[in-house]
Design a protein around this ligand. Structure first.
Ligand code: GLN
Length: 479
């Protein structure tokens, strides 16, 4: 079946003219129309334009052109702006918003000849851990449709897992690539802050937001990431350093593990961790040990402060970023008696409950009298968390932890309890506070056949090494 291919396999088939990009794209669109009504991984399906892009890619292939993604059908999380294609951010307030420009990551993919199948479901403005906060309905986990796919890039993770795309873009502010990747059994990379441009990404927490990749394996993540990474003058926080050849970095990866020093932080193996998750991650660490890596216990002492600090900073930044949705500049407008009334009615009708909660929390944390006590304090602790990682990476090359305390939970199980929902991010948010990179790698299943993810954390700009390690694991464990 051509809809089950990896990027590497799809590229090989296209190059050898075993099928065309048009055939491949048509096969995916057919599959999407068959399964999306049930899974709800896509908010918008790009039927017509995808076929045009595929035909254009076929012409470039016929000309002998090569790129890592030429003619390959991919999906894009609906918080990334796509020129001419509706971009909702999972919100009613942007229901009819059609951007006039591409996000830089999207523009890079477009220039490289990728085919855009559509826009994937997300928690509203990427605020959530289950995709239940989308105004367009929940996405179902392909491994068990009664369960959430994780979030907020739940649509992208489910689409990759269910073969409704070859690979997908996601975003990660506090775990939103890694956690859904782990819940859906796919590989998900959170890039170092600034490695991929944020231009055209609808902002949630600007100092935490990053664009990442979800794919079937580390090899595919490497291929897609090589296209989207790089400096961008349109994003002042974008890193101006050359992009390594991520695919080449995978060569000889199994051998490179022999020199590897792995740190296992004791703060990540705590009460509340599902025993099967702990067992599977420890077995995963054992696989590296068998390949010759050395393992030692380390401490990231401020880990437990990650959640409160994250939910202060993320909501503060969100309250400021979301002020732009006022019925004037973008999307929905609900008329009122005067300007202020119009703002209020538009935001009342356009935002969902979780987004409103976060705007209120963030506004409170930034208000006079509380700013020093909450926001400034959180920034100071953020520095301590960053220093924890710096100290750890002086002793070890990579840190391995679970991605999340449990496997996918049932739809509705945590929807009414925001504290429980926030707790599912306990192992993922510290990385965004520090700004480093991380990757979620599938490492087994629990007794209900739900996937488990192992998290590999690296220093800033450590993507090539993380991809090589993830690849080494996937090569060895598939033998
Ligand atoms: N679950 C976290 C939150 O709700 C992270 C979301 C994300 O990374 N976009 O904020």
């Amino acid at each position: 079946m051509i809809e089950h291919l990896t990027i590497k396999e799809a590229r090989a088939g296209l190059r050898q003219k075993r099928f065309s990009s048009l055939e491949l794209t048509q096969a995916y669109l057919k599959r999407i129309h068959e399964h999306n009504p049930r899974l709800n991984a896509y908010i918008s399906i790009n039927d017509e334009e995808a076929l045009t892009q595929a035909a254009a890619a076929d012409a470039r292939i016929a000309n002998g052109e090569e790129t890592p993604v030429l003619g390959v059908p991919i999906a894009i999380k609906d918080v990334l702006s796509t020129k001419g294609l509706r971009t909702t951010a999972g919100s009613r307030i942007l229901e009819n918003y059609v951007p006039t420009w591409d996000a830089t990551s999207v523009a890079n993919l477009r220039a490289a000849g990728a085919v855009f199948l559509g826009k994937t479901n997300t928690d509203e403005f990427a605020m959530g851990s289950s995709t239940e906060n989308s105004a367009y309905g929940v996405t179902r986990n392909p491994h068990n449709e009664a369960c959430v796919p994780g979030g907020s890039s739940g649509g992208s993770a489910a689409a990759v897992a269910a073969n409704l795309c070859v690979a997908a873009l996601g975003t990660d502010t506090g775990g939103s690539v890694r956690q859904p990747a782990s819940y859906c059994g796919v590989t998900g990379l959170k890039n170092t802050y600034g490695r991929v441009s944020r231009y055209g990404l609808i902002a949630y927490g600007s100092s935490l937001d990053s664009v990442g990749v979800l794919a079937k394996n580390a090899e595919d993540v490497a291929l897609l990431n090589s296209v989207i990474a790089g400096h961008d003058a349109k994003d002042s926080t974008s890193i101006d350093s050359p992009v390594p050849d991520y695919a080449a970095a995978l060569q000889g990866s199994v051998d490179s593990v022999r020199q590897l020093r792995i740190g296992v932080p004791k703060e990540y193996f705590i009460g509340g961790l599902q025993p099967e998750v702990e067992a599977a991650v420890r077995v995963g660490i054992g696989v590296y040990e068998q390949m010759g890596a050395s393992v030692k216990e380390i401490s990231l002492p401020n880990t437990q402060l990650g959640l409160p600090v994250y939910y202060l900073i993320a909501t503060a930044e969100a309250s400021s970023n979301l002020a732009r949705f006022d019925g004037v500049k973008y999307g929905l407008r609900v008329n009122g008696d005067d300007l202020i009334d119009m703002y209020g009615k538009t935001r009342q009708a356009g935002f969902g409950a979780e987004v409103k909660r976060r705007i209120m929390l963030g506004t409170y944390a930034l208000s006079a009298g509380y700013y020093d006590a909450y926001y400034i304090r959180a920034q100071k602790v953020r520095t301590l968390i960053k220093q924890d990682f710096e100290r750890a990476f002086a002793e070890v090359d990579v840190i391995i932890t679970p991605v999340a305390p449990t496997t996918a939970f049932k739809i509705g199980e945590k929807a009414e309890d925001p504290m429980q929902m926030y707790l599912s991010d306990v192992f993922s948010v510290t990385l965004n506070l520090a700004g480093n990179c991380g990757i979620s790698v599938p490492c087994g299943f629990d007794q209900n056949q739900l996937p488990i993810g192992m998290q590999l954390l690296g220093p800033a700009l450590g993507e090539a090494q993380l991809l090589a390690l993830a690849h080494a694991y996937q090569v060895v464990s598939s033998q």
